[in-house]
Design a protein around this ligand. Structure first.
Ligand code: GZL
Length: 630
């Protein structure tokens, strides 16, 4: 029996085979549109590329098509928006009308395309956004580099290269800069500002092109010849700079550092090998990652994150052969048992207990021998545990760091022992940003969680007249979730009149800690607080218990909001006590263990993998509580 779906696919196959698609798509991307040899595929992935002028965009399409070649039941259809927002909108409609089961889009303009992406996402068409993240989270998955980090890596290299004596740097900007270029330049100039011994001058190209770069350098010979290093934020621009230096007789006298580091003739990797570039910060294109996750999404596999931030790598003549080897490496998982040492901060909250359960279950499912240690919120005990894992000779170490600083020493010991480290649910700040000390971070975006908490307050608890007083219950001092949930909340608070943080203290993410903060406040003050913002549910529930014990709730209206969205939080919302909880998903065991197996198999890991999260309040708690996993 031919189902409507099967009929639809067969019809499409006929259309594709007849080549009508090319006309109907109204602009085949030069990389070709549909792979007619795979008519009748089970899945169709529609790819909407912003343009097919830029080398890396063509490379993205090629990577996706190459990946699809090895998958019989997946077909790729591409469309080239030729740099036009209106055409990209039309392309997406065409791709969906031909039966695309999933859309991959690299937006022409992430702000102008956000509503179209949200529209198809809300119609349950999975959509993977590449390279430029749209505002908000109305998409299935974002994959791209952190371009600020890319620029900072280039800036750190230039600063180290020039040393304490410093020097002169020319930074090439453009009057019409892409978001990617803007972020890279911001990261680069940010590091230049931290090095007062370096004199930086920005020159502005008429457009973001090789020729515009060439013309500008040739026309600025006096400024350029005084420079030690020129910074170009893309391979395309860098090539124009290198050609201009060559034709001006300055090649080798003035050095060039750039970003992109693509493979191919006259691309960054080539220019480094030829000695025309001093260094390039190489950014993976993400096509292989996008295809892998697209397959998981189409097959309804669990563990698909919300964002994958690709790792960028500094490439010089000293490590280019290793880097090229890594790019071509085929990784293979041999299915062997892998030994993992996991250092948890403790068992401080319901969230942590759910995380421990998830990690333990996934380890068994992924054939991983897990040695878990609990540090009672002590960084020293975490160091002790990690030294133990090193002595044991485990294959991989996973850490959920109790605080975010002070990890350089112990991570260097693990690196020296040849043991990669994955950060789970909390990241660390590494002085000097030596990216090799931590392989990847899998967890939440705490800044976004803080923003969402205050956005919920703004949208649901309107301030009337006098400013509403907020009590903040903070997690443990120095922990990334504490710092960033506080900062994210304040970012929105500072833009929203009518609210003020009246009192803030540490509750250490525990029930008792939250209760104690409220108790101490009441010992010294009359209760004059309108809102409690707790960094996690346990502290919120401890605070509610104390307010009830003191006879304040439920008589007085106190809005209590928190983060985690645990079962206990849902029960409290159903009971009409807690008002809202921003989700922070602890069920990341599968993602962690998949990352461990990929790592051991030799796969290059993303810089960050950010989990999917939502916001829940009393209006939905009753209907969802039975479906909650933790
Ligand atoms: C967040 C996690 C935090 C939880 C708390 O990823 O590290 O630590 O929000 C837990 O409940 O104690």
């Amino acid at each position: 029996m031919v189902t409507m779906g099967g009929f639809r696919k067969s019809l499409i196959s006929i259309v594709l085979a007849a080549g009508l698609l090319a006309c109907l798509l109204n602009a085949c991307a030069p990389a070709g549109t549909a792979d007619e040899t795979k008519t009748g595929s089970k899945y169709i992935i529609g790819v909407s590329q912003a343009n097919m002028r830029e080398e890396w965009r063509i490379a993205l399409i090629d990577e996706l098509k190459e990946a699809a070649d090895s998958e019989e039941d997946i077909q790729i259809i591409t469309a080239d928006a030729t740099g036009s927002v209106s055409k990209q909108v039309q392309d997406i409609d065409n791709l969906i009308n031909y039966g695309s089961d999933l859309i991959i889009i690299s937006p022409v303009d992430e702000k102008k395309m956000a509503s179209k992406i949200k529209e198809i996402y809300n119609k349950d068409v999975p959509v993977i956004v590449m390279d430029r993240a749209v505002e908000g989270f109305d998409y299935t998955l974002y994959i791209g580099p952190d371009n600020q980090v890319v620029g900072r890596q280039a800036g750190d290299y230039v600063a180290n290269r020039l040393g304490d004596n410093g020097g002169r740097v020319v930074a090439l900007s453009s009057k019409s800069m892409s978001i990617q270029g803007t972020e890279r330049m911001a990261g680069f100039l940010g590091t230049m500002e931290e090095n007062s011994q370096i004199n930086v001058e920005s020159l502005y190209m008429e457009s973001e092109s090789k020729d515009a770069a060439y013309d500008l350098i040739c026309a600025s010979k006096e400024k350029v010849e005084r420079a030690d290093i020129i910074f170009a934020y893309s391979d395309n621009v860098a090539l124009g700079v290198c050609d201009a230096l060559r034709d001006s007789g300055l090649e080798g006298t003035v050095q060039v550092v750039d970003c992109d580091g693509f493979k191919g003739e006259d691309e960054g990797m080539d220019l480094v090998k030829e000695g025309r570039l001093l260094a390039t910060v190489s950014c993976p294109i993400g096509g292989n990652e996008a295809f892998d996750y697209a397959k998981s999404i189409l097959k309804n596999e669990s563990g698909v994150p919300k964002q994958v931030i690709l790792r960028s790598t500094l490439i010089t003549v000293g490590n280019i052969n290793e880097a090229l080897g890594q790019m071509d490496a085929n990784y293979e998982d041999h299915g062997q048992t892998i030994d993992v040492g996991f250092s948890q901060p403790g068992k401080e909250s319901n969230w942590r207990l759910a995380n421990i359960k998830s990690v333990s279950e996934s380890a068994r499912a992924f054939n991983i021998n897990l040695h878990m240690e609990y540090a009672d919120q002590s960084q020293a005990k975490q160091f002790e545990a990690i030294r133990g894992f090193i002595d044991e000779g485990v294959d991989v170490i996973i850490v959920s760091p109790v605080v975010g600083d002070g990890w350089e020493g112990i991570l260097t010991q693990a690196k020296d022992a040849g043991i990669p480290v994955i950060m789970s649910d909390r990241d660390v700040t590494i002085e000097g940003e030596d990216e090799s000390l931590r392989t990847t971070y899998i967890g939440a975006d705490f800044m976004e969680e803080g923003r969402r908490a205050m956005q919920w307050l703004r949208d649901n608890v309107p301030a009337k007249g006098k400013a509403l007083k907020i009590m903040e219950l903070k997690g443990n001092a120095g922990a990334k979730p504490t710092l960033e949930r506080g900062q994210g909340f304040r970012n929105i608070l500072n833009q929203t009149p009518g609210y003020e943080i009246e009192y803030s203290d540490y509750g250490d993410f525990t029930f008792e800690g939250g209760r104690e903060v409220v108790s101490q406040y009441l010992d010294e003050n009359e209760w004059d607080i309108d809102i409690i913002y707790a960094h996690n549910d346990d502290m919120a529930l401890g605070a509610i218990e104390e307010l009830k014990a003191r006879g304040i709730m439920p008589d007085q209206k106190v809005t209590v909001i928190s983060v985690d969205a645990t079962k206990a939080a849902f029960e409290s919302m159903v009971a009409g006590e807690l008002s809202c909880s921003v989700e922070c998903n602890p069920i990341i065991g599968d993602q962690l263990m998949k990352a461990v197996r990929d790592l051991v198999a030799g796969k290059k890991m993303p810089y960050k993998i950010i989990t999917e999260e939502k916001v829940y309040d009393q209006s939905v708690a009753e209907s969802l509580i039975k479906s909650r996993e933790y």
